[in-house]
Design a protein around this ligand. Structure first.
Ligand code: NAD
Length: 430
């Protein structure tokens, strides 16, 4: 049965992994609830002179491995429950990626398309005023997520600097280059997923035969992925966004779709000639080798998972496949490369940005790409090997890797010997 809340569904993954690996009760206890969740009301002056309030949250889920790290999303359906689930995933993701970070997340319940640019700036600055004491370069480091971008991160970084009275570039990543952003951050999430796909291509049985891909969510991550795939010989046969979907078995014109999106329109406006509109759910049943969910959580569920014809699902979005759909895909022999591995390129290049900011350095784009690829490949190999040796899906394997690293950090910070360790005859060192 589908769990009631987003957060409960996220914890189902923890329970699933716990069936395959011995996770100490200390770790389970620490990971069942977020460490801190702060809610605020952001009240801003609208352009028409009225005042309007928006609910906002920031969550620091667990900081055993380092300062918490996670994006801020602006979405009209955001809730505290969603923020907790996303912060939990960030905790495990940073551990899988081997980064010195814990997990966090933030959100504002707003439809950003209804705000003018000046209202958006006031809202972004209000967010930082509300959470300035909660965040910090050694405490909690925000970044972009759904409907937020480098411009918004720039306003937020500036507001933080004004509040603390000094320039602290490492407090936020995904900033504009002029404010200490890193080269290569804009397409990092997609590039990391693409690196992984190329690296695992043979093992995924994708190196021979047609290479057709479907992109669910032609936004930041999805459009960059489409571009990287096309540039390496893939054909994008279908793509969707919140306004609809388009399909062309001969291949979509990705450059034309990018222009349409840049003009603020939906991909469905790209339906001309052989490219036709298609129902977004029907799109999932299109013949292809690769499906890239890059939109939102829970869009692939038990009601549509059985339509999927792809051999491989590469999760660029966070939590796009429900646990029920996951089981159906596994049964059908579809390989799912899980979010906590597949989309970790974004936080990895955010980490590079934070390192550059703290060292006063600027890396070349070539160095960013090289280091990203080498980290994605290394983590991909580790997770693949665990999946093979334990005969579990890649998602469970990724959780086993992440939870193993989290357990080491959690056990290193507590003098209380866990019942599991006691049963194994270990004694506290203090
Ligand atoms: P974005 O806002 O740029 O793009 C999201 C896209 O999804 C938009 O084009 C939107 O129209 C589309 N969409 C919304 N609802 C849809 C639906 N029902 N069907 C199809 N498309 C729909 O956001 P983004 O930054 O690209 O993030 C997308 C996903 O990737 C999110 O789950 C996010 O958490 C995850 N992610 C992003 C980053 C990053 O660096 N941006 C990093 C890691 C994970």
């Amino acid at each position: 049965m589908m769990a009631e809340s987003e957060f409960e569904r996220a914890l189902q993954r923890l329970d699933e992994a716990a069936r395959h690996v011995e996770i100490s009760p200390d770790t389970m206890e620490r990971l069942r609830l977020p460490r801190e969740l702060l809610q605020a009301r952001l009240t801003i002056r609208m352009d028409d002179g009225s005042l309007k309030s928006f609910e906002a949250w920031r969550c620091r889920y667990d900081d055993s491995c380092g300062p918490t790290k996670g994006g801020i999303r602006f979405h009209h359906h955001s809730t505290a429950d969603e923020v907790e689930a996303l912060a939990f995933w960030m905790t495990v993701k940073c551990a899988v990626a081997g980064l010195p970070y814990g997990g966090g997340k933030g959100a504002v319940r707003v439809d950003p398309h209804e705000l003018s640019v000046t209202e958006l700036e006031r809202l972004s600055r209000a967010y930082i005023r509300a959470f300035a004491r909660f965040i910090g370069p050694d405490r909690d480091i925000p970044a972009p997520d759904v409907a937020t971008n480098a411009t918004i991160m720039g306003w937020m970084a500036d507001e933080y600097n004004q509040i603390v009275g000094q320039v602290v570039p490492g407090v936020i990543t995904g900033k504009p280059l002029a404010l200490g952003g890193s080269l290569g951050r804009d397409d990092a999430t997609a590039r990391g997923g693409f690196n992984l796909l190329e690296h695992l291509c043979g093992r995924l049985d994708l190196d021979n035969g047609p290479r057709r891909a479907v992109i669910q969510g032609f936004g930041n991550a999805g459009a960059h992925m489409a571009r990287l795939l096309v540039d390496s010989g893939w054909t994008i046969v279908a793509a969707s966004d919140s306004g609809g979907a388009v399909f062309n078995p001969q291949g979509l014109d990705v450059a034309a779709l990018e222009k349409i999106k840049a003009a603020g329109m939906s991909v469905r406006n790209g339906a001309t000639g052989a490219t036709r509109q298609i129902d977004p759910d029907e799109m999932l049943g299109v013949d292809c080798e690769l499906l890239v969910p890059a939109a939102f959580q829970d869009l692939i569920h038990e009601g549509n998972a059985e339509r999927i014809r792809a051999k491989v699902v590469l999760e660029l979005a966070n939590g796009p496949v429900t646990p029920e759909a996951d089981a159906l895909l596994h049964k059908a022999g579809v390989t799912v490369i899980p979010d906590i591995l597949a989309n970790s390129g974004g936080v990895t290049v955010s980490y590079f940005e934070w390192v550059q900011n703290r060292q006063g350095e600027r890396w070349t784009l070539e160095r960013v790409h090289r280091e990203l690829e080498s980290r994605m490949n290394a983590q991909g190999d580790i997770v693949w090997k665990v999946a093979e040796t334990r005969k579990v899906p890649l998602r469970t394997a990724a959780y086993i890797v992440g939870l193993g690293r989290l357990t080491s950090a959690i056990e290193a910070t507590t003098a209380v010997i866990s019942p599991v360790a006691e049963a194994a005859g270990r004694r506290a060192a203090v």
